[in-house]
Design a protein around this ligand. Structure first.
Ligand SMILES: *Cc1c(COP(=O)(O)O)cnc(C)c1O
Length: 451
């Protein structure tokens, strides 16, 4: 038996994989990976896969990046981890200084956790608790966008709106106020993305007018709703939202867990609207895809609402065991240095242009509704009927066919429903983009040819 197969069988005996119907693996192999280098993953039989989705959007500078490796190894020999309550360490102090420096103006205080959902939970509690400490006990609700995704823990799931992940658990979730998304895919023919996003803001304004008194915060994924099929909207929406949140006395919480660290073409997506949120949640790319780490970065204004004599019981008594892990912080610092030393935001401009050029021929494809792009995220939406916008029934699992074609041809694509997307590490070369695009184009052709 092949080594891949042996590992696959051992895996299935005891593993329950994330976001997976395990029965699919009766016919769809789990791919055991032996090693990674740059954009490439290699299995136990020497077959290579180009990681077009940065291993779930976390990897920025390639697998086994020599610089990040060296920094983690050095950290490992001095301190792996220490409790962060009452204690601290150099990597986390430096990381906090850097975060205060590079995040939009006014974000000064870093509260750490160890995954994206946990940063969202911290932000939820922090915002609610802020208003409570300010005597505003009526504020208990959150406003969130249609088609949004903020993670899988119960609080994060409650403020998200992807039915596939959420519906089953509805009885367990707090009620939220959901406002239609500014998603430009839904724009009227002839209308620009900006016009559409601007127009859709009316719904947000209505919700704020109606609910501001009971609302702690508005949560948004700036510019790209990634898990919501990579739907995109115009920065004007964020500008309007910032003004309205100020006007109505509601926090603006930016979930940049997926879009932060250069993904949308700027270091943070909020920069494209020149706004500062009251809390910004970061994770995924923060360690270059190496180790779990997340942070809710907030203002001194929010921090000060908790700063009090202990006996007044206003402190934020929230924690996780692995908060501020020193190895993860050293990976994050190495990642930031790679940004600084290689002018990444600028060099990505060339790569994102290449991303589009490599698939531009699909614009005329009968079953491609749209190619959309924001910076280093490019998405191709398959459709049954372009003219009527009739979608493929989800049961047909067209995206899965693209996935299988990708695996057979050495590219890890992982479509979301009918949407194939590229979100590659920033170390991808133009030749590798061409290869990735060719496999995606052929995969989309194959997945749509019988319709
Ligand atoms: C991935 C993601 C999360 C959740 O992060 P996890 O680390 O998977 O818990 C939250 N928000 C957005 C926008 C994400 O893409």
């Amino acid at each position: 038996m092949s080594l891949n197969k042996t590992l696959f069988d051992r895996d299935l005996a005891h593993l329950w994989h994330p976001c997976t119907q395990m029965k699919d693996h009766e016919w769809l192999p789990v791919v055991p990976i032996k090693s990674g280098k740059g954009v490439w993953l290699e299995d136990f039989e020497g077959k290579r896969y180009l990681d077009a989705i940065s291993s779930w959007w976390v990897n920025l500078f390639g697998h086994s990046n020599p610089y990040i490796n060296s920094k983690i190894k050095a950290q490992l020999d001095s301190l792996e981890h220490v409790i962060l309550a009452g204690f601290t360490h150099e990597p986390i102090i430096e990381l906090s200084e850097r975060l205060a420096q590079i995040t939009p103006p006014g974000l000064e205080k870093c509260f750490y956790a160890d995954n994206g959902s946990s940063a969202i939970e911290a932000a939820l509690k922090m915002s609610y608790h802020y208003w409570r400490n300010k005597g505003q006990t009526n504020k208990t609700k959150f406003i969130t966008l249609g088609n949004s995704y903020h993670g899988e823990t119960l609080g994060a799931l409650a403020i998200g709106d992807v039915a596939l992940y959420k519906e089953t658990y509805a009885p367990l979730l707090m009620q939220t106020i959901t406002v239609p998304s500014p998603d430009c895919y839904e724009r009227e023919p002839g209308s620009s993305c900006k016009e559409h996003s601007e127009k859709m803001f009316a719904h947000m304004r209505d919700a704020l007018e109606q609910h501001a008194g009971e609302t702690c915060a508005v949560f948004v994924e700036p510019l790209v709703q990634c898990a919501g099929n990579m739907r995109m909207y115009d920065p004007v929406y964020l500008e309007l939202l910032r003004k309205a949140c100020d006007e109505f006395n509601v926090h603006l919480i930016a979930d940049e867990i997926a879009v932060g660290f250069g993904r949308t073409g700027s270091m943070f997506a909020c920069e494209q609207a020149s706004i500062s949120p009251d809390i910004m949640c970061l994770s995924k790319g923060i360690t270059g895809g190496y180790l779990p780490l997340s942070v809710a970065v907030t203002t001194d204004e929010i921090y000060q609402a908790f700063y009090d004599d202990y006996t007044n019981l206003n402190a934020f008594l929230h924690s996780h065991s692995y908060t501020g892990n020193a190895l993860a912080c050293s990976a994050a610092l190495a990642t930031f240095e790679l940004f600084d030393n290689n002018d990444i935001i600028n060099s990505n401009k060339k790569l994102s242009k290449k991303l589009y050029e490599s698939v531009a021929t699909l614009e005329d494809h009968a079953h491609v509704a749209e190619i959309r792009q924001t910076g280093m995220i490019l998405a191709i939406e398959m459709i049954k009927n372009k003219a009527t916008r009739e979608v493929y029934p989800w049961q047909e699992r067209r995206g899965l066919k693209v996935y299988q074609h990708g695996l057979a041809n050495g590219v890890l694509l992982r479509p979301l429903g009918n949407v194939t997307y590229f979100m590659p590490p920033y170390v991808i070369t133009e030749e590798e983009i061409e290869l990735m695009a060719k496999v995606a184009i052929d995969g989309i052709q194959l997945a749509t040819q019988d319709s």
